[in-house]
Design a protein around this ligand. Structure first.
Ligand code: ZN
Length: 152
C-alpha cells in the first residue's frame, strides 16, 4: 500500500518537474523533484519536505507485494479461495443449499493443492470451506431431508 502511494506520488512529481530531475541526478548533488531543495545525492529523503529522492527498484516492491498478498490471500490457490468464499456464503439460508457442496469439494481440492504445493498456501482457507460447507450440508440434511423420512 505504502509503496503504491510513493510510486504514484513520484510519477506525479516527475511529470511536473521532469527537466530538472535527470540532469541533476547524475551529479553528487540532487534536487528534490517536489520542492526543488538541494540535497546530497545519498540522501534518501529530501531534507526540507521529506519527499523520497531515490525510488526503490521495480522488482523490490513487486516482491514485497506478492509476499504480503500470499500471506493473507492464497492467490496461487484459487480453489482454496473459492472454498472459503463459498463456505461463507453457504451460511446464507437456502443459498447455502446450493453452495455448501461445492464449498466442501473445493475445500478438499484446495487442501490437497496446498499440500502438494506448500508455496501456494491457502490451507486455512480450504479448511474454512470444508468446515463451513460440511456443517451446512449436515444441517440441511438434518433439518430438510430427515423430516421427510421420519413418521409423524
Ligand atoms: Zn523536497
Amino acid at each position: 500500500m505504502e509503496y503504491n502511494n510513493l510510486s504514484s506520488n513520484n510519477q506525479r512529481c516527475a511529470t511536473i518537474q521532469s527537466p530538472v530531475g535527470p540532469a541533476t541526478a547524475a551529479a553528487d548533488s540532487i534536487y528534490c523533484q517536489r520542492c526543488g531543495q538541494h540535497n546530497e545525492a545519498n540522501n534518501f529523503k529530501c531534507t526540507r519536505c521529506g519527499f523520497v529522492l531515490h525510488v526503490p527498484a521495480q522488482p523490490q516492491y513487486t516482491v514485497t507485494n506478492d509476499n504480503t498478498l500470499g500471506g493473507l490471500i492464497p492467490t496461487k490457490n484459487p480453489m482454496a479461495l473459492w472454498a472459503y468464499y463459498l463456505g461463507i456464503f453457504s451460511l446464507i439460508p437456502m443459498l447455502g443449499l446450493l453452495l455448501c457442496i461445492p464449498a466442501f469439494v473445493l475445500g478438499i481440492l484446495g487442501l490437497r493443492h496446498g499440500c502438494l504445493h506448500p508455496e501456494a498456501k491457502g490451507k486455512i482457507h480450504a479448511w474454512v470451506g470444508i468446515i463451513l460447507g460440511g456443517l451446512c450440508a449436515a444441517s440441511y440434511v438434518i433439518f430438510l431431508v430427515l423430516p421427510l423420512f421420519t413418521p409423524k
